[in-house]
Design a protein around this ligand. Structure first.
Ligand SMILES: Cc1cc2nc3c(=O)[nH]c(=O)nc-3n(C[C@H](O)[C@H](O)[C@H](O)COP(=O)(O)OP(=O)(O)OC[C@H]3O[C@@H](n4cnc5c(N)ncnc54)[C@H](O)[C@@H]3O)c2cc1C
Length: 515
């Protein structure tokens, strides 16, 4: 689709000819999914004023736009071939690290690895989306902003502080303390808060304007100012920092594993806790498919049931000893076992590095030895509720027999029918589980067809079992979940039409006015 020439010229005048393109080669490389349309043009603003000018021009010419940060997943893809991509890569500065009040302010193209490295030097840590440290550190770019560190560093909705927002029709809004005091420490008020408009548990995924700066809460980091790694990626060898531990513990039953998880939460000892199944853990370690198969052959059969990766971080030698003793007791009481692979200090140390600066997500999710296949996915997150984990766990466990059946029939190549992700957030104040079917046997047409049906099974299970909603993006998902959930989709649509009267922000992964 070609862009209106007058609009192109007006955008070029704002940005300069080097910061706009409609070259088919450039457009062709900017959508992630083969089935997505191409953008009509790509624009590269340098600051908030330029973003505002682009948004206003798009409103005037009735042309949709979509902003992206690092565009790691298909949520950044356009909903129509008229859409203009606002690629925020030139807005790449860490604006403030406030050590005293423990927050950081970033522009959208600061990646999480950069922010983490900077705050670590100051004895601080930021939460990172499990998608990887290559993603944006802007808390409003990620879907939910849940990650490996969320047991101790919370997640996006809770870490979100002040933000600057170019609304869908081109107003600049500074929220909370930023508006009244020119400070970032609070995202709410004055008066009714706009924070709930721009995000809940998940973000509007490009469908409600552009976030140009945002602050997030930081946490205490008891480790060294930098990781000590030797070798060349992906064969880094790391050193275990003092007062840290990482291991994979597995349990004979789902119930015993859940008991152990809940006890880890209650005792607040966890620095990282990810209820990964063994396939996911081994995929995280392997640097090739061959290595992954070898690891799976050796270690897969040694696992007695569901498990978790856990890391402890002591603030002192005494604190570390205490946390270690508590963990040992929890594991013993629930008949858990340490996978001997993690008794090797180098395996433990290098894994710690890969979970703290998440680097392996793409391998865990998409490169299991069955081929680059990953399919039906069901997820849910419930915040601020101590029964969230058991509820989410029950939901995914009801689907375990379906996955086991796929493994038996050879549709899925996996070492484990258990969910790959079952995690606590904020030491048990929230929980999240996903049943991702990784390792699809991509050479089987039948496998594809059968696994496509899995999505329908998970949706039905979610609503009929009253487990809440899964992560939703786009009209179809919201229209499905809304009627079961106080008709929230009607309210979301009202927000969309009120803030975006010209439907200028491409809502293909949020919600549209008409539905
Ligand atoms: C392998 C894999 C694993 C994942 N695991 C997790 C996980 O553990 N936890 C989790 O929360 N998510 C996960 N995700 C989803 C994940 O949140 C997103 O893929 C990731 O956060 C994208 O980050 P990004 O910085 O590249 O944002 P982008 O891809 O650039 O944007 C993501 C969405 O936000 C919008 N957006 C981005 N920046 C802005 C902005 N400045 N203003 C307005 N809208 C904007 C985009 O339009 C898009 O809809 C995973 C994805 C993948 C591919």
């Amino acid at each position: 689709m070609t862009i209106n020439n007058a609009l192109y010229k007006a955008l070029e005048d704002v940005l300069g000819p080097e910061n706009i393109s409609r070259d088919p080669v450039i457009k062709g490389t900017n959508s992630q999914f083969k089935t997505s349309p191409e953008f009509a043009a790509i624009v590269l603003p340098k600051d908030t004023k330029e973003v505002q000018a682009i948004v206003r021009l798009c409103n005037r010419y009735q042309t949709p736009y979509k902003a992206t940060s690092t565009h790691w997943l298909m949520y950044g893809d356009p909903g129509s071939p008229q859409t203009i991509k606002i690629d925020l890569r030139r807005m790449n500065k860490i604006l403030e690290i406030n050590e005293k009040n423990m927050y950081a302010v970033v522009e959208p193209y600061v990646i999480a690895a950069e922010l983490q490295a900077e705050v670590m030097k100051r004895g601080l840590l930021c939460n990172i989306t499990g998608a990887g440290a290559n993603c944006s550190a802007l808390p409003l770019a990620a879907h939910a902003n849940l990650g490996q560190l969320s047991i101790s560093c919370s997640w996006g909705e809770r870490n979100q502080l002040g933000f600057e927002w170019v609304t869908p029709d081109g107003e600049i809004v500074r929220s909370g303390a930023l508006e009244s005091l020119d400070e970032w420490f609070c995202g709410d008020g004055p008066g009714p808060s706009l924070r709930g408009i721009i995000r809940g548990d998940q973000t509007p995924l490009g469908g409600l304007g552009v976030y140009t700066k945002a602050a997030q809460k930081l946490y205490h980091w008891p480790g060294p100012p930098a990781f000590v790694n030797e070798g060349v990626s992906p064969h880094y060898v790391s050193q275990m920092p003092a007062n840290f531990l990482l291991g994979y513990y597995h349990f004979p039953s789902v119930q015993l594993q859940e008991n152990a998880v809940m006890k880890v939460g209650e005792s607040e000892i966890g620095f990282i806790l990810m209820g990964y199944n063994i396939s996911m853990v081994l995929a995280n370690m392997a640097t090739s498919n061959i290595e992954e198969r070898e690891l799976a052959r050796k270690w897969g059969p040694q696992v007695q049931g569901p498990g978790f990766i856990i890391a402890l971080a002591g603030n002192s030698a005494g604190d570390f000893e205490y946390k270690k003793l508590v963990l040992e007791k929890i594991v013993e009481e629930n008949q858990g076992k340490l996978l001997p692979l993690f008794a090797d200090p180098q395996v433990a140390a290098s894994s710690l590095y890969r979970y703290i600066r998440p680097t392996s997500s793409i391998r865990e999710c998409f490169r299991y030895s069955g081929g680059p296949g990953s399919g039906g996915m069901a997820g849910g997150a419930i915040s601020n509720s101590s029964d969230a984990y058991p509820l989410m766990n029950k939901f995914v466990q009801t689907l375990v027999p379906v996955k086991a059946d796929y493994i038996n029939k050879g549709y899925v190549v996996s070492q484990s029918p258990y969910p790959p992700v079952a995690q606590l957030m904020e030491h048990g104040h929230g929980g999240h589980c996903e049943l991702l079917i990784q390792g699809i046997n991509s050479s089987s047409e039948e496998a594809r067809t059968e696994i496509d049906k899995f999505k329908q099974i998970t949706l039905k299970t979610l609503v009929e079992g009253h487990f809440g909603t899964g992560y939703a993006a786009g009209d179809e998902a919201h229209n499905f979940f809304g009627p079961y959930t106080s008709n929230y989709h009607i309210w979301m649509r009202k927000i969309k039409t009120t803030f975006d009267p010209n439907a200028a922000a491409d809502g293909n992964t949020y919600i549209s006015a008409k539905g």
